[in-house]
Ligand binder design. Structure first.
Ligand code: MN
Length: 242
């Protein structure tokens, strides 16, 4: 029995590590030929966020943590085919209708896929400040850009354990700063996610160890405000899905 458990542990560890490499995922790929879910490519080089996030953290976070959630989603879809025809935000809004056997895994892995896909999208920039309609909304609802940063970072510090801090677009069209535990997302409550930062330790521990405040501060240096502004426009015209 000891040997059996050891082998299982070895295999589980090997599977997690192998998820980085498509060529090592043959059993999974054979099971679900075209996904339906796939890991989005980073829209920049893995070292593009060095001002805040080191390249090893980027590669592990994207190529292993997010990839593991995508692999889990494809396995869930095999047992729950209805998932393949749902939009991500619809799946998150309708968790209560999912079969008991998959509901928790759906919540964690659909949430992770939505959160991380958003996270990669909004980085790779040079920081700075937003302009236009988004700046006006931040001034109106969040007290201006400097106060938004201060309040967002403070909210990120208050997340106990693992979770996320977001700026959301509410159904009424206003901006608000919110946090969620684990891989939960405001999409579950019908809000749109404008932007968000991952405060799980895997997001920052290699460079910052326990210094989450420093990570939160540096993160603003790599934001891409053009892409965040595009998300704001999409949220307002109803086309932002995750
Ligand atoms: Mn993460």
């Amino acid at each position: 029995m000891t040997i059996h458990l050891a082998r299982r542990g070895f295999l589980a560890a090997g599977f997690a590590a192998a998820s980085v490499f498509a060529s090592a995922r043959k059993p999974l790929v054979a099971q679900m030929p075209n996904g339906p879910f796939s890991l989005p490519a980073l829209p920049y080089a893995a070292n593009a966020n060095e001002a805040a996030i080191d390249v090893v953290t980027m590669e592990l976070h994207h190529g292993r943590h997010h990839a593991a959630a995508v692999a889990a989603l494809n396995n869930i879809a095999h047992d729950y085919p209805a998932l393949t025809t749902m939009q991500i935000d619809d799946a998150l809004m309708r968790l209560s209708q999912a079969p008991d056997a998959v509901r928790t895994a759906l919540r964690n892995n659909v949430g992770s896929h939505a959160n991380h896909s958003m996270f990669w999208e909004i980085m790779g920039g040079q920081g700075g400040e937003p302009g236009g309609d988004l700046k006006a909304a931040i001034d109106r609802d969040l007290g201006g850009f400097a106060k938004m940063q201060t309040d967002f970072n403070a909210a990120g510090m208050r997340v106990f354990g693992s979770g996320w801090v977001f700026v959301v677009v509410t159904p009424a069209g206003g901006l608000s700063i919110v946090t969620r535990p684990n891989q939960d997302t405001p999409l579950m409550d019908g809000q749109r996610v404008l932007m968000g930062n991952d405060v799980w330790e895997h997001a920052y521990y290699l460079r910052y160890q326990n210094r989450r405040a420093e990570y939160l501060t540096n993160w603003w240096k790599v934001l891409n405000w053009d892409r965040i502004a595009a998300r704001y426009d999409a949220a307002r015209n109803g086309t932002l899905r995750m």
